[in-house]
Write a protein that binds this ligand. Sequence first.
Ligand code: NAD
Length: 499
Amino acid sequence: MTETVVAPAARRAEELTESTRAHDWRLLVGGELVPARSGATFANPSPVTGEVIATVPDADAADVDAAVRAARAAFPAWAATPLPERVAVVREIANRVRAHADELRALDTLDGGNIIRLSRSDAFAGAAMLDFFADSAHALTGQTIPASEGAVHYTTLQPIGVVARIVPYNHPIMFAAGKIAAPLVAGNCVLLKPPHQAPLSALRLGELIADLVPAGVVSILTGAGPATGDAIVRNPHTRRIAFIGSAATGRKIQEAAAQTGVKDVSLELGGKNALIAFPDADPIAVAESAVRGMNFSWSGQSCGSTSRLVVHHSLRERVVAEIVRLIGELRIGDPFDEATDVGALVSQEQHAKVLRYLDIARADGATAVAGGAPAEGVGKALIVPPTVFTGVTPDMRVAQEEVFGPLLSVLEFDTEDEAVAIANGVEYGLTAAVWTDDVRRAHRVAAAVEAGYVWINGSSRHYVGTPFGGFKSSGIGREECVEELLSFTETKAVHVVYR
Ligand code: NAD
């Protein structure tokens, strides 16, 4: 393992920038840390300082081809490696991520704008995901089926071969580390495509595991735009593509994948998730859950955020007042400060998008009762304070479209049917939260909402081992569970005739 460490003790953006700029960032291809074959790079700015913090390789189709060649060459030996040995490699990746958590979290905060506290928990969450799939390896079993007399019929689960993991920017190290786990345990070789906005922790991960993972088994390919991911999707040898990102990109990937083969594409996409609060719920608990559910600490950049509060008329006033009070206690400031609660949006583009939605919401007739303008006194950090809009109606764009920012819309209802209709009246179906003390209503509404992940009297939290994924335009497939591991295998049925 390389001993080069990127400013492990850095606590401030300026300190860290010096070392990220001086560092020679490289792809991981065929077991080697290499520049892009063309020599192309792109400038990577920080949303905390506005300055360029690194020059990053811009991989193109030639780099993807080289990674795929290396992966295909490595596959037979990796697939034949005894499961306990593959598992040991995955556990050691987790150990290295934990051992370098301080460094990785600092990179993510500088690169992606998340607050330092949460960047740290992301590093540990990535390691926990590696451990979870190592623990789940025993699920890679087949069946025997009594299908006929005089024969044994059994199934085996085999790895697919070369698989792709294309991930978004909101949890950089958690996705980079955690999402290679299932493919590796199942015996595949994996191409990881980190987000262009926050690629550094994934590239650092490549340095940390280059000597650990056999050459070609893991490749890490960064790029300035869609071209790198597109080349991965179109390569005829990547037959399994697991994508996490926006619905718009997910649809492009389905289309591109179909042009070069019959491919297994899973999609973890966006959400416009509802938290429904019924009249019997405690308004203080609802408000606390609505604030937590919005993931303001990630500036709302979380797919599962309950960005629509669908609240009964009778509770609205008390719930909104408490939300505004709680938001007022959140500290906005330097993402490197352990005391800060709200971090920066990832990029100028995302910042501009959120500001645009503030205007759209107002123009459509909604009222900002908290936030509603860029943060002041935070230097160049791209921060929009937690914002709450009341007077939102289901047809408004801010109630229909995913903003992926710190923007909570409050909608009101009278009847249970109306609440469910509002919750389901969007194209997405990722998460939903239901607040009520009525057990019958809780189960009825949980069954009726079109969402893949439902909290009753809760929000926001993920429980590792339970399937996460969406209905409708929120995706195809489930992750963070055994189903994710099995999705990186092919089932083979074998018939042994003995009579
Ligand atoms: P995005 O779709 O713009 O990009 C995601 C990844 O896809 C990036 O690595 C990007 O470089 C790559 N990419 C872009 N165009 C591509 C193309 N044509 N072909 C192949 N790859 C391509 O998403 P984003 O803005 O980075 O992330 C935000 C989105 O991700 C939101 O919609 C959010 O809800 C979603 N998300 C979903 C989950 C989930 O588990 N359901 C988790 C996190 C984020």
